[in-house]
Design a protein around this ligand. Structure first.
Ligand code: AMP
Ligand code: ZN
Length: 480
């Protein structure tokens, strides 16, 4: 169950044996990074035409936990790309009378704010399509030169038949795919399975010059080109939602491996989908909840708790009741921690911590790591946090626990939370920036005569204890 080209990494770092379910191998495999001590991670990020919804928040939070966990043992380079030009962005810009770069910039800022609100640690890199155009074009040129791609009427397509491995990630072979493909006949393509690398610009569309004329890249090529530029020919972990397995990741593999002849990613990780009240979230059903709105109504810690209470490879049903339960669970932990803090501030006993309790704390720490290193089993890791709560409550009963024991317990809570990010630290309250952003949004809604939205934001702020005052100088706000 080991990978080719494996290194002696595990022996050289203090990492536990970590097993990751690899979509390609269809089983858990021992994690060994290509370069000892270093991990490269690439997760396909958002197409920045709108705010992210809570479905998008699932990979955001889950891969943040993977990043946080691996960071303890490895030097991790974590890249999340921004697709800042594509059909959806062009359409949305047209609809709203804005320019694509302005729309993208605004949504990137919003994404970064939301990621921070949801307590995701910053990624190392956020490469953008528009800032890597030279590399993307050079990648396509190489594919054309080497016979893997062809130009057709200003577009460029990947000739899927030249890459026998096409389908290996989603476990389909080329014949099956051809047989099953209901893709409409497109005379620009030599075969229906060929996919676009470069799209000729329509009149008036944003475009870049290229050897094939003005145009823009297709979606798949950006990840191959940017992953190679920033992380090298082979990345350790490639992640995303399971909808990306086919065709997106399959196409990335074809492009990258055609050029390099090396495995594109050593481990492929895919999160299952999030449903809202047992329904798929979709624009047509009108049940899309944006992450920002939810995070304004609920503690981000409760959102993370709920997201991490289901294993990432299982579908997650997101409900208000689930959030309520998450809040109750968190409250049990928070109560325990505030008692702990209080006792620590007033502890008088400097007796050594009892050996049997220390042993049990070690067992809890061991269980936490055993679960996290078993394909990031966050629900069971959360169970370990509750075992710590029970142990802490027992130790604190009577009020005479020695300070050294209380510090051990506090340290273990912090150690676990460095990975999960579900506990509130002092100063984590609603930030002024967030309030001001909501007020801005309300002002914009009123300008656009969207009074329903404006009222909704006023009510939301009110429920958060914020009062708005209309003054001649503009809106002022204060906490109730
Ligand atoms: P998109 O902007 O649609 O490309 O999505 C960004 C990321 O969110 C991708 O990894 C998607 O697979 C993921 N994603 C989108 N919708 C959901 C959902 N309902 N549940 C879980 N992941 C999702
Ligand atoms: Zn991608």
């Amino acid at each position: 169950m080991t990978k080719p080209e494996q290194s002696a990494a595990a022996a050289e770092t203090k990492a536990p044996a970590i097993y990751i379910y690899d979509t390609m191998a269809r089983r858990k495999e021992r994690f060994e990074p290509l370069v000892p001590g270093k991990v490269t991670m690439y997760v396909c990020g958002p197409t920045v035409y709108d705010l992210i919804h809570i479905g998008n928040a699932r990979p955001l939070i889950f891969f943040d936990v993977v990043h946080r966990y691996l960071k303890q043992f490895y030097d991790v380079t974590y890249a999340v790309n921004f697709t800042d030009v594509d059909d959806k962005l062009i359409r949305r810009a047209e609809e709203t009378g804005r320019e694509v770069p302005e729309l993208a910039e605004r949504n990137i800022e919003d994404y970064l704010t939301d990621a921070k609100t949801l307590k995701a640690l910053p990624a190392t890199l956020h490469p953008r399509v528009t800032e890597n155009m030279q590399e993307i074009i050079a990648f396509i040129e190489e594919l054309v030169t080497r016979g893997f791609a062809y130009e057709s009427g200003g577009d460029v397509y990947f000739r899927t038949g030249t890459f026998p491995g096409y389908g290996k990630l989603s476990h389909q072979n080329l014949e099956e795919l051809q047989f099953g493909s209901r893709i409409a006949v497109d005379e620009r393509k030599a075969s229906p399975l060929d996919f676009v690398l470069w799209k000729a610009a329509k009149p008036g569309e944003i475009s870049w010059p290229s050897p094939w004329g003005e145009g823009r890249p297709g979606w798949h090529i950006e990840c191959s080109a940017m992953a190679r530029k920033y992380l090298g020919d082979t990345i350790d972990i490639h992640g995303g939602g399971m909808d990306l397995t086919f065709p997106h990741h399959e196409c990335e593999i074809a492009q990258s491996e055609a050029i390099t002849g090396k495995p594109f990613a050593r481990y492929w990780m895919h999160n299952a989908f999030l449903n809202l009240n047992n329904e798929k979230m979709s624009k047509s059903l009108g049940n899309v909840v944006n992450a920002r709105e939810l995070a304004a109504r609920h503690k981000p810690e409760a959102i993370r708790f709920l997201m991490l209470s289901t294993h990432y490879r299982n579908p997650l049903n997101f409900t208000e009741e689930g959030l309520e339960q998450a809040r109750n669970g968190l409250e049990r932990i928070e109560n325990c921690r505030s008692n702990l803090k209080h006792l620590l501030e007033n502890a008088t006993s400097d007796a050594p911590a009892p050996a049997d309790v220390l042993q049990r704390l070690d067992a809890i720490r061991g269980a936490f790591h055993a679960k996290m290193s078993d394909d990031f089993n966050t629900p069971d890791a959360i169970t370990a946090v509750f075992e710590l709560v029970a142990e802490a409550n027992a130790a604190m009963a009577g009020g005479a626990a020695p300070a050294s024991l209380l510090r051990e317990i506090d340290g273990l809570f912090k150690e676990m939370d460095a990975v999960l990010g579900i506990l509130t630290e002092e100063g984590d309250d609603l930030l002024d920036d967030d309030i001001e952003r909501l007020i801005e949004e309300r002002t914009a809604a009123r300008k656009a005569r969207d009074f329903a939205r404006a009222d909704e934001i006023r009510d939301l702020l009110s429920s958060l204890g914020i009062v708005l005052e209309d003054t001649p100088q503009g809106i002022r706000w204060k906490r109730k």
